[in-house]
Ligand binder design. Sequence first.
Ligand code: 5GP
Length: 113
Amino acid sequence: MSSKTIFSQILSGEIPCDEVYSDEICLAFKDINPQAPVHILVIPRKELSSMREAQKEDQELLGHLLLVSSKVAKQQGLRDWRTVINTGEGSGQVVFHLHLHIIGGRALTWPPG
Ligand code: 5GP
C-alpha cells in the first residue's frame, strides 16, 4: 500500500482531480466533498505536511499559495470567501499535505464550528 497522501497521488496524476489552476509551485482543484457552492483546495507541489512543519524557507511558497487562492476565488466569481488552513487532527485536518480551502458562494457564519 502506498504511504503517499491522497494529495501526493493527485499531484503525480495517479488519482484524477477536477483542476481549476496549476503552475510550477501549486495545484488547485475542486474539493470532492464540497461544503459550499465553491470549495477549492490549493496545494503546494512541495511535500509539506501542515503549517506546523512550515519553515522560514517556505515564506515565498506560502505567500504564493495565498495569492493563488485569491486569484482562483475571483476566477470562480467570488467577491467574498473564506480561506481555511486546518493544522493538526484537532482542527479537522485529515489529509497531511498542506492545503488551503477556498470556501464561498453562500453566507458563511462566524465563528466556524
Ligand atoms: P482537511 O480536513 O484535511 O483540511 O481537508 C481535506 C479535504 O480534502 C476535505 O475537504 C476532503 O473533502 C478533501 N478530499 C479528500 N480526498 C479527496 C480527493 O480524493 N479528491 C478531492 N478533490 N478532494 C479530496
